[in-house]
Structures are given as C-alpha cells and as structure tokens.
Design a protein around this ligand. Sequence first.
Ligand code: CP
Length: 317
Amino acid sequence: MSLDDLNSRTVSRKHLLGIEGFGKQDITTLLDVADTYAASNEQLRKSTDLLKGMTQVNLFFENSTRTLISFELAGKRHGMDVVNFNATSSSLAKGETLSDTLETVDAMQPDVLVVRHGKSGITTALADHVNCILVNAGDGTNEHPTQALLDALTIRRHLGGFEGKTIAICGDILHSRVAGSNIRLLSRMGANVRLVGPKDFLPTDGQFDAALFDSMDEGIKDADAVMMLRIQKERMDTTTAPSEDDYHTHYGLTKERLKLANDHAIVMHPGPMNRGVEIASDVADDKNRSVILEQVAMGVAVRMAVLDVFTRPLRNT
Ligand code: CP
C-alpha cells in the first residue's frame, strides 16, 4: 500500500460515535493511518501543520487522564487550535442543558468536538445537534471507540493480526464501555473473544459475539492477549461491589495465573489500574509481558489518525 493510497482513504461515517456500525475496512484504515503516526511520534519533532487553522474542542464531563491528554496532544501535533472545556466552571452550573451547551460551543464553529459523558448513548443523541464532527471519548457503559482502536493497534503490532487470535477480556465487563467497544471491534476483525469474570459482571449469553467464563483460570487458558479491567465502582451500587481481597484471589491477574495463557501472551489494561485488585503490580510492571504503557502511546497515534481521517472530507472540498 502506497502513502498516497493511505492518505486518500476515508471512512463511511461523519462522526465517531462507536465501533457499532464500523466495518473491517474502516477499522483497518484507521489502524493503518495510526501506524504511521506511531512511527512519527517516535521522532524528536512530532508536529505537522496538517490541520493548521482547524479547531478541536474537548468537552469532558467525566474525569480523564489518558484520553483527554492524548486528544489534546493529537490535535496540537496536527497544528490545530485545541480548547479544553471545564465542565465544573461552565454555565452548566447555572442550569444550562447539555444540548444547549453543545449547540453553544458548536456555534463557535469548531471542526471537531470530543465528548466524554457518564450517560450511555448521549453522543449519538447529541450528534443531531451539531454541524461539526463529533467524537465519542466514552459514554457511560456504552462505547469508548478510540480506546478499542488503540487496543487493536497494540494487539496488531504484537500478534500480527486478529484472525483466530484468542483475546480474554477479564473483570467488570458489564459496566465497561472499554469492553463494549473492544468486543465489537475484535469479533468483527475475526478474533475469538472471551469474557471472563464473576457472573454479576458478565453480560447475558448471546448479547455479544463472545464466549463467557466465570472461571479466570479457564478463561485465560492459552489466550494470546489478556486484557484486564478495573471494577467500575462509579457505575454500580457500591454495596454490591465485591471485597477487593476476595476479588484479587479469584479474578486478579498474578504471575502464577498468567502461566496459563500462551507463553507469548501480552498483558493489557486500559487504565486507570487498581494494583493489587484486578492486576498484581509485578505483572503490570513486567516489561516482557505488559504492554500497558505502549497502549498509552498508541492512544496518541490513534487519536491523530481519527482527527486526520475524519476531517478528510472537509479538507477535500
Ligand atoms: N482508558 C481511559 O479512558 O483512561 P482515562 O479515563 O484516564 O481517559
């Protein structure tokens, strides 16, 4: 594939609201373009003027470290004007609705709005209220599409592809938008997806194209990648949360337990981690197996690819 071919590819959607509805070709385009940014991000000078004069506004109504910083870096590396909206000091406190807030920001003519919000499906509902490109940076328990893309890029770099690979996603699947987007993406790309966790944290059988395991040992056996998730206490009644020690005993990824997976299996975590709960510190820090910080690096590359590819229709008119 030539660079010209890569630079001319587009995706079938105006907005990035979720992995739902994205085909293999769209996913592959975003991963291929992200690969070029992963390489350029290793250079001393990382910035280009590709999107100079365009504007990106990040509206985060929930906390974030990785997603917010990497979207800001991605926009700045493309030469965009980047504005971060501060929900706590905004006019939301004066009673303004979310859709009025969004329409107000949209009236300032940004090219891209990146939105994180606690309500599932909110970005899809808001898409009709804006003219600019809308990117979902995580909505409730629903989707976190750029996280799934950066996870897929990391997996592809280590395993060479997805077809026939066994990916075990372990922990609190039910409350995790990361799991939702990853299951959709990985199963579409031909991976065998396993969902592993206590019954209370698993979706119903048949909801996703994935096998369910309530035994951690069986679920990670011979897996090519083991993706750990934290317990999303903010999205559940905390009285129903399991004790952390008990959870670690039965579902924590320890060095001993990791021996059940393939010898080459990579260990993943979207972050933030709760060390000693879903993952033991020595596993998280094992440079031979853990790709957790590489996932973070791929996050910047993927978000640069999203900004590049989704703005191509605007730049080509
Ligand atoms: N993985 C992820 O979304 O992390 P942040 O909440 O820090 O953005």
